[in-house]
Each structure stands twice: as structure tokens, then as C-alpha cells.
Design a protein around this ligand. Structure first.
Ligand code: NOJ
Length: 535
């Protein structure tokens, strides 16, 4: 099957380095730890790894607060370790995607330290968004940070600086050519070290045109923008249409320049995927126009209910909108910012949905641990590290639950992740969910993922578009079923709590749970399950 260029229909495995595998017994995962487990990663059948940030950082936001974007934080190793990781990944035909963070730096970055020591109006301050206070002493506008609390922090001389996230993450001023030049240097640095692509953090946030405009409901907006805050979808969508600091036109000029830079590496096929949750959804397609980036994350599945109409809409919209710019969608059920899918919609439902999306055209992203069916870790407040927890005085628990380290082997926590106390506790209740245990159990979630990814590669990558067979708009006979065909495969998902009959022809090749029976020439799909049939 045609899988060129490599990223087009790739399966990409997201690794949160701090939580993957600890090679030096300090309780935190590191780059050599990842390198030592690449055979496991390869055995999953994925094509690439995306590494969440491992750069020099005071780690106030899990490394998304970068103090030096062209070096490795000693907690994770050094540049030699990064080079070795890339070399070993390539030896196994795994591509490597680095996560870059252009919207903000850490306050420990030398630029911000210099800005603090410089005067208002200085070139050092021009690299960030420094503004004078309003006449009454209040900050320049009423925006609330995405982590809670004001988006502004005051410095000694009375000026405020903008931070859409934590106060230790000052936003960069992308109108400043120095900022542009510095990031180009960073991109080249990692490409020259061997990476095959980039995940661009807050890709929709770089240009701030309306800094002096207040928002009518800044707290509501901040909640709506968080994947871990539940909200009525109508209310959320209405608020998301009003974000004053995301998705400004100017961001596209930046990505056009970056695309030229990527394409200048002939023979390398460097790709980039945008973290750009923008509204209305059609706006996301602008990021993947032919002269911009290669992929944009589709965040809708991270919050969608397990409901046939909702899922049909998400899938259909994503495929058809991307098609307008000749791009393919991306599918993600979990990441380091959202509750784990098994906790959010249930174990069986999570398996069913994974098998459903693995059949679809485009790239599938799998967050490490998702293949095991891990739930969110149950944490005490004293364990928490997410800045959101602190900035909201505990009102929002934050994202640590999804970031608990992986259970590898053995019967006792921390299950081979580390010989020291892990940075977040791993519950003893995860005993059956270790990689070792799941490898030994042919019915495990891990085997489902491995088998599905192998079949995806064999029958579906490059197989073109889908034809809906069952949905509210396509000959729906049963509103508990969602079904499509693609190439030689028919995919049927039963979302209900009881077994349902369907007309799918062909031979069963995989089912996410339970047993598919045949009755009167029909197939009976188990409750909360997806099956693939080969014709
Ligand atoms: C999105 C990242 O995924 C998240 O973890 C981070 O906190 C924010 N961007 C800020 O960088």
C-alpha cells in the first residue's frame, strides 16, 4: 500500500518523557530510558514517536516552559542522549517528532531575564508583551490565563507582561523579527540533529492583535479552552468562537515561512503538526493548506461523548473539511492534557473507539499507556504538580492523572518504571495493566492495539476514503451502530449496551471485545464493541 510521504497515514506514538521509563533511578523518565524501550515501541506497529518537551526547563509546566530550546534538560540526559535516541529510532525505521514551544519561553530563559533587567521600551522587552498598567493600576486587559488567574504579571517598574499560561511562561512577541530568527535557528538545530518533524505547541497563539481588548466572560472562556474541564458542548462552542488571542491571520505567514524551511531539506520529508484548537472547525484547515503545515490536531474526539450522532459528526466533518484543502485528518483519543480515554468513556468503549478510528483515513496518534487501556491515576492533592491546580486553588485538579508513569513489569508498584520513588505514584491497582502482563494475555488491550495496527497497515493505509454504511444520515437501520467501508474492510461499531445485528459481509478479522456471532445471515456485534470484516 502507498504510505508516501511517511507521515500521511502514520500511526504516531506520543511519549511523555518524564513518565516513560527511568534509566538512572531518580524517579523520572529520561531519554536513555526511552532509547532502551524502542523495541517495545516498534513492536506496537507505530511509525513514529512524538516526544513531549525534554529541553532545559525549570519544569513549572511539565517542560512546556522552555529555558533553552536548543539543549536537553539534565533531568532527561544530554544532547548526546538525544542524538542516540534519534539514531536508534531510525535504525528501527521509527521517525522522531520533537515538540516545539514557540508561543512562550520560561521566565528563566536568558531573554526574559534580560527583559526584567531592562527599561520599558527597551529592545529586550520588545521580545515579549510588556505593557503599562491602566490608569487605575489594573492590568492592560481582563484576560484569564488558561491555567486560571490573571494573564498578566506585574514587574518591579509597574509594567505588566502577558502570559496566556503560567506566570513563568511569558508570551513571545512574534511581530519581532528576532523571535522569528531565533525559532528558525531552533528548527534547524533539531532537524540537523536528525528529527523528522515537529509538533507545534499552541500553534494558533503566536500572533496577538487585540491585546488591549477585554473579553465579556474571561473565566468562562478559560474553562472552555481546557480539555479537562467538562462543559455543555453548545456553551463551549459558543465561547470558543470568541477567543481574542488565538487564530489570528498573521500566524499563517509564520507557517508559510517554516514550510519553506522544511522543504529546503530535500530528501528529508520534514513534517509538522499544529496544536491548533480553533473555531469554527473550518478554520483548522487553513493550517494545512498546501504551503503551510502538514497536519493539524483534531481535538473533537478528546471531548466527544460515546454517541453515534456525535461521533458521526466529528468524523464526517473532519474528513470533509480536510478534503477541501487536500489534507487528511488526524485522530487522537488521549494526550497529556486530557483525561485518559478509558476513564472518560469507559474501558470497553475506549477499545471500541480506538478500533473504529484506526480504520479511518489520516494519521492516528496514540498516547503512551493508551495501548494498555490505562485509566487516569488516582492522586492525592499533595501529589499534584500541574500549575492549574495551584493557580485555581485546587478548584481544577489539572492534568497529572493522565501523566502517571507507565507500569512495565512485576507485581508491585512502581512496576519496573523506576527503582526510586516515581515522580507521581503508580497505584497498586494497576497490577494487571503492566506491559509484561498484557503481553502475556492475548485478550489484553495491548494485543488489540498491536493486532489492529498491523491490520491497519496491511489493509487500510493508502486505501482512500470511506463510504458510510450506517449513520443517522446513511441508511441508519439501528441508531446504536456506526459503520463504514474502506478498501476491502468494513468497520462496524456497536455503541449500545446490548448486542446488535448488522448486514456486514466478509470475514471477521478483529473485534475490540466479546464474540461476534452469526444469526440468520447477519453478524451480531457485541455491546460496546467494534469489529472489522474483510471482503
Ligand atoms: C499545550 C501543551 O500540550 C500543554 O501541556 C501546555 O501546558 C500548554 N500548551 C502550554 O505550553
Amino acid at each position: 500500500m502507498n504510505s508516501s510521504p511517511w507521515w500521511k497515514e502514520a500511526t504516531i506514538y506520543q511519549i511523555y518523557p518524564r513518565s516513560f521509563f527511568d534509566s538512572n533511578s531518580d524517579g523520572e523518565g529520561d531519554l536513555p530510558g526511552i532509547t532502551s524501550k524502542l523495541d517495545y515501541v516498534k513492536s506496537l506497529g507505530v511509525d513514529a514517536i512524538w516526544l513531549s518537551p525534554f529541553y532545559t526547563s525549570p519544569n513549572k509546566d511539565g517542560g512546556y516552559d522552555v529555558a533553552n530550546p536548543r539543549d536537553v534538560d539534565p533531568r532527561f540526559g544530554n544532547l548526546e542522549d538525544a542524538r542516540e535516541l534519534i539514531t536508534q529510532a531510525h535504525k528501527r525505521n521509527l521517525r522522531v517528532i520533537a515538540d516545539i514551544v514557540p508561543n512562550h519561553f520560561s521566565d528563566q530563559h536568558e531573554w526574559f531575564q534580560a527583559a526584567l533587567k531592562s527599561k520599558r521600551g527597551s529592545k529586550e522587552r520588545e521580545r515579549f508583551h510588556f505593557y503599562d498598567a491602566n490608569e487605575d493600576g489594573t492590568p492592560p486587559n481582563n484576560w484569564i490565563s488558561l491555567f486560571g488567574g490573571p494573564s498578566w504579571t506585574q514587574v518591579e517598574d509597574g509594567q505588566f507582561y502577558l502570559h496566556l499560561f503560567d506566570s513563568t511562561q511569558p508570551d513571545l512577541n512574534w511581530e519581532n523579527p528576532e523571535v522569528n530568527a531565533d525559532f528558525e535557528q531552533t528548527l534547524r538545530f533539531w532537524i540537523d540533529l536528525g528529527v523528522d518533524g515537529f509538533r507545534i505547541d499552541v500553534a494558533h497563539g503566536l500572533i496577538k492583535e487585540d491585546v488591549l481588548t477585554n473579553h465579556p466572560d474571561p473565566q468562562g472562556l478559560s474553562n472552555a479552552l481546557r480539555l479537562d474541564v467538562a462543559m455543555d458542548s453548545e456553551e463551549r462552542n459558543a465561547l470558543l468562537l470568541t477567543v481574542p488571542y488565538f487564530d489570528r491571520q498573521g500566524v499563517h505567514e509564520i507557517y508559510r515561512k517554516w514550510r519553506k524551511l522544511f522543504d529546503s531539506y530535500t530528501g528529508r520529508e520534514i513534517m509538522a503538526v499544529a496544536e491548533a484548537w480553533v473555531h469554527p472547525p473550518v478554520n483548522a484547515t487553513r493550517y494545512v493548506r498546501a504551503d503551510e503545515l502538514h497536519q493539524v490536531f483534531n481535538f473533537d474526539l478528546l471531548t466527544a461523548e460515546f454517541d453515534s450522532d456525535v461521533l458521526f459528526d466529528v468524523v464526517e466533518r473532519s474528513i470533509s473539511l480536510n478534503a477541501t484543502v487536500n489534507a487528511l485528518p488526524t485522530w487522537a483519543l488521549s494526550n497529556h492534557d486530557s483525561p485518559r480515554v478509558a476513564s472518560r468513556i469507559g474501558d470497553e468503549q475506549a477499545r471500541a473507539l480506538a478500533l473504529f478510528v484506526f480504520g479511518l483515513p489520516g494519521s492516528a496518534y496514540v498516547f503512551a499507556g493508551q495501548e494498555l487501556g490505562l485509566p487516569d491515576g488516582q492522586l492525592q492533592d499533595s501529589d499534584r504538580q500541574d500549575p492549574t491546580f495551584f493557580r485555581t486553588n485546587g478548584a481544577i485538579k489539572g492534568r497529572d492523572g493522565a501523566r502517571v508513569p507507565l507500569p512495565w513489569s512485576g507485581d508491585t508498584t512502581p512496576f519496573g518504571f523506576s527503582t526510586a520513588k516515581p515522580w507521581l505514584p503508580i497505584s497498586q491497582s494497576w497490577k494487571d495493566l503492566t506491559i509484561e502482563n498484557e503481553l502475556a494475555d492475548p485478550k489484553s488491550s495491548l494485543h488489540l492495539y498491536k493486532n489492529a495496527l498491523e491490520l491497519r497497515k496491511e489493509f487500510l493505509v493508502g486505501a482512500g476514503g470511506i463510504t458510510w454504511l450506517e449513520s443517522s444520515q446513511h441508511g441508519h437501520k439501528n441508531d446504536s451502530l456506526l459503520s463504514y467501508s474502506r478498501g476491502s474492510i468494513t468497520v462496524v461499531m456497536n455503541l449500545s449496551d446490548s448486542a446488535k445485528e448488522c448486514d456486514a459481509a466478509g470475514k471477521l478479522i478483529i473485534v475490540s471485545g466479546g464474540t461476534v456471532d452469526a444469526r440468520d445471515g447477519k453478524k451480531v456485534i457485541p455491546a460496546r464493541s467494534t469489529a472489522w470484516f474483510l471482503t
